[in-house]
Design a protein around this ligand. Structure first.
Ligand code: NDP
Length: 257
């Protein structure tokens, strides 16, 4: 995916889109330098496929424990990653981990709301804050003008369900109100980070992966994970400062806010 080897971190890397991203990144003709594949339980049964992949690519994939709802685990992983990348920094942080609670306004519980917000919004926000020194180090090490995912970027996986403009078309089909509110918030977080940190040279964007057949997307999804990830990695590789704060789908098409 990259013109020069870069250091990448992906959250929720043990299954679904996150695992497929790890696969495609290490199998690309120009692979990554270091890939930090984060998951909640690296030694549990849900991480077996990821561990098998890491075994095939020693020295490139590091499986790291990270729970997006646990600030201590985010701080620990930031410290560990910092010690492994040094002054080269972290070039690309992908906030992929996410959860979806289904439900309308009437049946969504405060617990659904809280856990979805903690995972889908507080997680990415704490990731940005804790990994900022390593993203800044990558900007320093790169030394070139402009913005790109080879230099320093945070890409967060959002959803068309977070789009305010598209609610009328999509609400009846997928109410998932806590999920929608969380993804709208993630979009705002990204727009704010893009604005606040533009002088730092770090690019921030949100991507919609399509409706994908994963545990979350279900069997009725429109595409499989390999197609979604192929598209997203192509889009990620093409991003420049013009896309700072952008909301794009896996084909590179702007999504209405
Ligand atoms: P999956 O449900 O298949 O995978 C979700 C991943 O997130 C798992 O690795 C899961 O880990 C991880 N995760 C959940 N909660 C946490 C947490 N607290 N800390 C760390 N990791 C966590 O979903 P997808 O792969 O389909 O989705 C990936 C992203 O894409 C999500 O952000 C989702 O909202 C977004 N998306 C997906 C769409 C789709 O159609 N599939 C459509 C639009 C957006 P664990 O195994 O431990 O549960």
């Amino acid at each position: 995916m990259a013109a020069q080897p870069v250091n990448v971190l992906i959250t929720g890397a043990n299954r679904g889109l996150g695992l497929e991203m790890v696969k495609q990144m290490v199998e690309a003709p120009c692979p990554v330098r270091k890939l930090f594949a984060c998951c909640r339980d690296p030694h549990g049964p849900r991480a077996e496929a990821l561990q098998a992949l890491a075994k095939k690519h020693p020295g490139i994939i590091s499986v790291i424990r990270l729970d997006a709802t646990d600030l201590c685990s985010i701080k620990d992983s930031a410290q560990l990653v910092g010690s492994m990348v040094g002054t080269g920094g972290l070039n690309l942080l992908i906030n992929n981990a996410g959860m979806m609670a289904k439900g309308t306004l009437r049946d969504t519980t405060p617990e659904d709301m809280q856990s979805t917000f903690n995972t889908n919004v507080m997680g990415p926000m704490n990731m940005i804050k804790e990994f900022l020194p390593h993203l800044r180090a990558a900007v320093q090490a790169n030394g070139k003008p402009g913005m790109s995912c080879n230099k320093a970027a945070v890409i967060s996986i959002s959803s068309v369900l977070g789009s305010l403009d598209l609610v009328k078309q999509t609400y009846a089909l997928f109410p998932a109100i806590s999920y929608r509110i969380s993804k709208t918030s993630l979009n705002m977080l990204t727009a704010c980070a893009a604005e606040e940190l533009k002088e730092d040279g770090i690019l921030f964007s949100v991507l919609h992966p399509g409706w994908v057949r994963t545990d979350m997307g279900g069997d009725a999804g429109e595409i499989d994970a390999p197609e979604s990830v192929q598209g997203m990695l192509r889009v990620i590789a093409s991003l420049t400062e013009q896309h700072n704060g952008a909301f794009l789908d896996y084909k590179g098409k702007p999504v209405p806010w």
